[in-house]
Each structure stands twice: as structure tokens, then as C-alpha cells.
Ligand binder design. Structure first.
Ligand SMILES: Nc1ncnc2c1ncn2[C@@H]1O[C@H](COP(=O)(O)OP(=O)(O)OP(=O)(O)O)[C@@H](O)[C@H]1O
Length: 720
């Protein structure tokens, strides 16, 4: 219905346009609207009842901002050279920025803008160099590279020097979305208008609130400057999101604190619109047009601390260290120097290294976390000199050759943060933590197991566990369709058969939607280059730090059977290895085993292909289906390689058919075999046995509520 409505509107707006272009615009907008439904894989048949046509319509186009759950890569990925050439061909003046090209806006009616040599300061249109996505800061029109091209084509055909922002603004939302947005806005206004400023609070109440939120060193003037209020009904700090256009309230973030029975204070964060759509750089309205230096922090409170203590411009990322959405990059283009001080731990350090790549390494410097450099608010509380800490930040750009002098602090950081360096711990698989120590960025894990043994099911829960802790995850499922895979993951998330309690579906689906989980929309055989392009694209857009590929065989191609299959596989593994290292992204690669005799356990050498897979992998995991002496009839997970600290071993898994989950069985004396090196294939006699009591918590998964300190700004992910 709305698609037809859209079509009619588009047709009216485009009256008089040449048919081909008109047709393309209409189709584009239908496409983008369809793609706004998570998981939608748009095929030609959506539009043409199955028949393929040669019209210049690209079904795999860039996504709109909200179409976040499924990831397509443009069939013809745009490069910065393409963008520049195109702009030149249309007579649009521009200059090279850090992450964007700055161009004269075509949505503003200033004829002089189109002239060569117009002042650079007048450039208000920012075009992302990686994706071509654009934003006009003057009118807040944004869209994809294709949208911009269409507008320029229309302008040229019509002989115009500018185009009305309405053309794109009117397409950006469906009727339902508009209704939803209006409802949200009303709620935002309701909370905002019934919140009180800090100067309206009694001194006693004020001090209590400040103590509760650990902001006793943030003074009232700073709270006022940043527009922070207090919402009494939920006892929450209210951080406003003002529209950059007319400074109207556009959204809010609420930070609440509650004291638990044991006296601990638990902080929770909520926002309207929901966090995944909350694109606010807190502090932006305070930035002057001419300012060139800024400190980027991981939370609103940290920004206030920096601003108050140093007088420097400080902005906070909307979702802390979890991501830097590219839609925010245009707002950071004016800064010649960006200091990233995202927190006081290793996660903040990892994130600042990743984000500085997006921001442009040359202008970034990083505050190295540690005992002397906690997060800004903590530094303020401890009476540290924040200006000195910012000044001591280190340049993000590094040389190819370094001496130990330059590495010395990094090495110290690793030695003094052993737990964090070991990676994120699984909540459902404590045995995996014991052997592998954690899930680390930049590693390659190869996972194998007999056909139909439950590889996808296990890896799905293994990845979900991490995703629930804020690990931005991308699934490449080539074997089973995304809907089926999402159903498996959702069942594991809810830990129950939702078929039998459909009334709970929306409850779980709403929570599930908040997870940073994305799916590639591929199915069946795929070209590895396309898959890697999509992965790069996703890392840029969503700061993905874990990619699961199920499975490698789907990239091997079927045509060239004469070509050496092993050589092809080795190349693919090499490419994934390189991607993992260069993108600081963990890749979990499922590879089928070669044919083995049924009653033999698998070993590292059973992985299909040459030894390249196990050599390149940091971790090799094997789902063993064979009966173990100690646990007859059960699956077990073997860690056959662990480059991080060499510990290998095996532990039993217990499959729960209704929740599709695996958890270690509770036994008083669970035997666990400890295997050193790659000797898993050797006889049982060579295997050291180690008795170990399996913690009861594995049977009753813990509630993994992220206890947030106000300054960390991490998302709360809790699905149990
Ligand atoms: N431990 C288990 N015990 C019994 N059934 C299981 C177990 N693990 C998974 N299953 C079920 O077996 C079926 C196949 O599981 P899954 O697709 O995960 O296997 P796979 O190893 O990935 O398969 P393939 O080799 O085809 O890729 C699913 O229906 C799943 O629910």
C-alpha cells in the first residue's frame, strides 16, 4: 500500500523527467523502503514477478541508515576517485577533507556556490569518501551516493543550479515510520518538559543525585551549559539531543541509577529513539563554526568533565566505545585535531585505534588508558590534570618500522591488563574461557566438525553470547537462509521454544532487535571478493568486530573444477587472515572436514584442504561427535590450537533441543582432558586427564547485565 503511495508521490514529483531516469528514481525509492525491513533480501522478483530485466536498476544497492540488519554491498562499490570524477563532470566544486569530500550543496539556493573558487567555508555538503553517502549540513538532507547522482542528473536535465531538499526528504520515511517518529517525538517532549534543571533542585537533593551518578565534581554551570536535566519519576539524568537545524529537542538519553540489595549502584541507559537510531554527538550545539580542536569521549559525563576541566571542546559518542557511525563523520570534519579519550580500559584503547582510522589517522591522537589515565570523569574525581593528560596523548599514525621505545608502553599495557587483553569472556561457556581465555579482536578461528553434527547451531550460540556483551557481529550464512538462522539465534536468545509461546514473540524480538547483529544477504555460492568487500563495508559502517562465515566451501566456486581446489582454498584462507589482522576483526571460519572414518575422532589434520587453514588460524575448534570415554553419546568441543597462550583441551557439550543451546552438563567429577600441542589425534592413553568440577553456573546461565559506570557509556545487552 505504502509502496504504491510512494510510487504515486514520486511520479508526481518527477513529472516531466525523461522516462529512464524517472523510472530509476521510482524503483530506487521503492527498493530503499523495502530494504528498511530488517532481513529483507530484495530480489528482482519483488518488483518484476520473477523475470529478470536489463534496466539500470541495481537490486544490491547501498542501504538506508535504518536498514541495518542485513548487509548488501553495492554491486559497483564506489571509490573516492569515482566520486571526485563525477563531481567534476557535473561542475560541483569540492575539496578533500579527512573522511569526507566537502562540496557546495546542491540543496541550497546560492548560485555562487556552483561557481569555481567559492569559499571553502561555504561548502556544506559532505560526501563520505568510502560510501558516497552524503549530508547537507544546512538542510540536513542525507542520502546514498545513488540518490545524490540522481539529484544531479535531474538538475542537469532541468538546467537548474540547485534542487529542493523536499525531493529526498519526502521519500525518506514510510507512513508507518512517520507515525512512529511522531509518537517518539511526543514522548521526548513530554519527558523533556517535565524534567527539571539542576538549579531547580534543592541543595540536599542535588548533592544526593551528584553522589549517586558520581558527578560531584561536575559543577552546575557545566550541567547547564550542556543542557542536562533530571527526570524525577525515573530518577534519571536526561541528556538532550538537539537538532542541528533549529535546535529543537530531537531525542533524549536517560541515565538511571539504582542501588541493589548488596549496596552496589547499577547504571542503566535508555534513549528515545532507541540506541540503535540514536545519532547524537553530545555537545555539538556548543561547537563554534571555527573551532578546530576537539576531544572525543565515550560518554556524556566524560565530555562534561573534559570541557569543564580543560575548556576544550568535547563531544561524546552516542554509543560509547561500541561504534562510530559514519553518519556522524561530517560533523567532525571541521576539526584539524581530534583527541580520542574514550575511557580508561583496553576496550577504549582498541576502539580509539579503530575509530582513528575512520577519522583520518593524521589528525588523531589517543589518550592511552591506564592507572594514570582513567576515563575523564574519574580523572576529574581523582583531581588529575586533564589538560596535561590530553596534551600527553600520542599520535595515532604509526610508522612501519618502530623501535622498542615506541612499543614499550603498549607492552606495559598488555602486561598490566592481562584479563582485558585475553579478550571477552563467554557467559555460557566457562570452559571455553578456561582454555581459550577469551575472544580477541584480529584473530582467525577455524571451526570444523562432522556433517550435521551441529556446527551452525553451536557457533550461533557462541557468537550470540559475545554479541549480547556488545560485540558487533556480522553473519555470513551461505548454507541456511537468514530467516532460519535468525530463528535459531532468537530461540537461543530466549532459551525456549517460541513456537509454543508465540505471545512472547514480540517481547523477545524487541530485545533481540537491540543486539548489534547483522547478516550478509548472500545465499549459496559466492565470490570471495564480494564477500570480503561486504565485510569491509560492514566494518566501516557498523564497527563489526566478529564475522562468522558458514562456510568456506561456499566460496570455492563450482565452475573451475580443473583448478587446484586446495590452492583456491588456501588463497581464501589467506585473504580472511589478512582481513582479520588489518581490520582488527575476529573471523570465525567454518570449514568442513575431509572424509574420515566414522568412528574416528577428528583432528586438526582432518580440516579439508592443506595445512594452511590450521597454520593461519589462531584458534582451531573441533566439534567432536564421537563418544568419549568420559561422556558417552555427547558432543564435545575441542580446542586443538590456541595461539594466544597454547592451552588446548576438550570439554563436553550438552544439547538442549528446545532452546537449541549447548551447556556443559553438571557432574560432580567431570573429567576433562587436557591436550597439549596438536596431539588430539593420538590415542586416549596419551591424553592427560584432568578432573575438574564444572561450575554450576553453566547450567543456569547468568544474567549478563552490563553494570555500567556512568562514564563508560557501554550498551546494555541483556537477553535472559
Ligand atoms: N548436539 C546435538 N544433538 C542433536 N541434534 C543436534 C545437536 N546439535 C544440533 N542438532 C540439530 O542437528 C541439525 C543440524 O545442525 P547444524 O545445521 O547446526 O549442523 P551442521 O554441522 O552445521 O550441519 P552441516 O554439516 O550441514 O553444515 C539441526 O536440526 C540441529 O538442531
Amino acid at each position: 500500500m505504502w509502496a504504491r503511495h510512494l510510487l504515486r508521490r514520486t511520479a508526481c514529483l518527477l513529472q516531466g523527467l525523461p522516462l529512464g531516469l524517472h523510472h530509476r528514481l521510482v524503483l530506487r525509492h521503492i527498493t530503499s523502503s523495502l530494504l528498511q525491513y530488517p532481513g529483507t533480501r530484495l530480489s528482482w522478483s519483488h518488483l518484476h514477478g520473477g523475470s529478470k530485466s536489463t534496466a539500470c536498476f541495481n537490486p544490491c544497492r547501498t542501504l538506508k541508515r535504518d536498514a541495518k540488519s542485513s548487509i548488501d554491498v553495492p554491486a559497483n562499490p564506489v571509490t573516492v576517485t569515482d566520486i571526485k570524477q563525477y563531481l567534476r563532470s557535473k561542475g560541483i566544486s569540492f575539496h578533500d577533507g579527512y573522511s569526507c569530500l566537502h562540496a557546495s550543496s546542491i540543496f541550497v539556493e546560492t548560485k555562487s556556490q556552483m561557481q569555481e573558487g567559492a569559499g571553502k567555508d561555504s561548502y556544506t555538503m559532505f560526501i563520505d569518501k568510502m560510501t558516497g553517502q552524503f549530508l547537507c549540513k544546512e538542510t540536513l538532507v542525507e542520502g546514498s551516493w545513488e540518490d545524490l547522482q540522481d539529484c544531479l542528473e535531474v538538475m542537469q536535465k532541468e538546467g537548474q543550479t540547485s534542487i529542493s531538499p523536499e525531493v529526498l526528504l519526502s521519500y525518506s520515511e514510510s507512513v508507518e515510520e512517520q507515525g512512529q517518529r511522531e509518537m517518539e517525538l511526543k514522548e521526548v517532549q513530554r519527558i523533556w518538559s517535565s524534567s527539571v534543571t539542576f538549579t531547580d533542585l534543592h541543595e540536599e537533593e542535588l548533592q544526593l543525585i551528584k553522589t549517586m551518578f558520581q558527578i560531584s565534581k561536575i559543577n552546575n554551570a557545566t550541567l547547564k551549559k550542556f543542557g542536562v536535566r533530571f527526570f524525577k519519576p525515573t530518577k534519571s539524568l536526561v541528556f538532550p539531543w538537539f537538532s542541528g537545524y533549529d535546535l529543537h529537542i530531537r531525542g533524549i538519553k536517560l541515565l538511571s541509577a539504582a542501588t541493589k540489595g548488596d549496596g552496589r549502584v547499577v547504571y542503566t541507559e535508555a534513549s528515545i529513539p532507541k540506541l540503535s537510531n540514536y545519532y547524537n554527538l553530545f555537545g555539538l550545539p556548543l561547537v563554534g563554526r571555527k573551532e578546530t580542536e576537539m576531544v572525543l569521549t565515550g560518554s556524556e559525563i566524560d565530555s562534561m568533565a573534559v570541557s569543564q576541566a580543560t575548556g576544550l571542546t568535547a563531544l561524546a559518542l552516542p554509543r560509547g566505545v561500541s561504534c562510530l557511525p559514519p553518519v556522524l563523520l561530517p560533523y567532525l570534519e571541521q576539526f584539524r585535531k581530534v583527541t580520542l579519550w574514550l575511557g580508561g580500559d583496553m576496550h577504549a584503547w582498541e576502539a580509539s585505534k579503530m575509530f582513528s582510522k575512520k577519522l583520518g589517522l593524521k589528525r588523531c591522537s589517543l589518550v592511552r588508558p591506564g592507572e594514570f589515565h582513567p576515563c575523564p570523569n574519574e580523572a576529574l574525581m581523582q583531581g588529575k590534570n586533564l589538560a596535561r593528560i590530553v596534551k600527553a596523548s600520542i599520535p595515532a599514525a604509526h610508522k612501519s618500522i618502530v623501535s622498542f621505545k615506541q612499543l614499550r608502553d603498549d607492552v606495559f599495557g598488555e602486561l598490566s591488563n592481562v584479563e582485558q587483553v585475553a579478550g571477552i569472556k563467554w557467559g555460557r561457556f566457562p570452559e571455553l574461557n578456561r582454555i581459550l581465555k577469551g575472544h580477541r579482536k584480529g584473530e582467525l578461528t577455524v571451526f570444523t566438525g562432522p556433517t550435521g553434527s551441529g556446527k551452525t547451531t553451536f557457533i550461533s550460540e557462541y557468537a550470540l553470547d559475545l554479541c549480547m556483551q556488545g560485540v558487533n557481529t556480522l553473519w555470513g550464512s551461505f548454507e541456511i537462509k537468514n530467516v532460519r538462522l535468525a530463528k535459531i539465534i532468537l530461540t537461543q536468545f530466549a532459551m525456549q521454544r517460541l513456537e509454543e509461546s508465540l505471545e512472547q514473540y514480540d517481547y523477545w524480538a524487541d530485545k533481540f532487535e537491540e543486539l548489534p547483529l547483522y547478516f550478509m544477504t548472500f545465499h549459496g555460492q559466492q565470490n570471495v571478493k564480494t564477500v570480503l568487500d561486504t565485510m569491509h563495508h560492514a566494518v566501516y559502517l557498523y564497527d563489526i568486530s566478529h564475522v562468522i562465515i558458514d562456510n568456506l566451501q561456499f566460496m570455492m566456486g563450482q565452475e573451475n573444477l580443473s583448478v587446484d581446489k586446495f590452492a583456491i582454498q588456501d588463497n581464501i584462507i589467506g585473504a580472511f587472515r589478512k582481513f582479520a589482522t588489518n581490520s582488527s576483526c575476529h573471523v570465525t571460519l567454518i570449514i568442513h572436514p575431509r572424509k574420515e572414518e566414522d568412528d574416528k575422532e577428528l583432528q586438526t589434520a582432518s580440516i579439508f584442504g592443506t595445512a594452511k587453514a590450521s597454520q593461519e588460524a589462531d584458534n582451531v575448534l573441533i566439534l567432536q561427535e564421537k563418544k568419549l570415554v568420559t561422556c558417552p553419546g555427547r558432543r564435545s568441543l575441542q580446542v586443538a590450537k590456541n595461539r594466544f597462550d597454547g592451552d588446548v583441551g576438550i570439554f563436553p557439550l550438552e544439547f538442549n533441543k528446545s532452546s537449541l543451546t549447548f551447556s556443559a552438563p553438571v557432574r560432580s567429577k567431570q573429567k576433562l582432558r587436557k591436550v597439549k600441542g596438536d596431539k588430539a589425534e593420538n590415542s586416549e592413553t596419551e591424553v592427560k586427564e584432568k578432573s575438574e568440577k564444572v561450575s554450576k553456573s553453566t547450567k543456569e546461565p547468568k544474567t549478563r547485565k552490563t553494570l555500567k559506570e556512568p562514564a563508560t557509556g557501554k550498551n546494555e545487552m541483556n537477553g535472559e
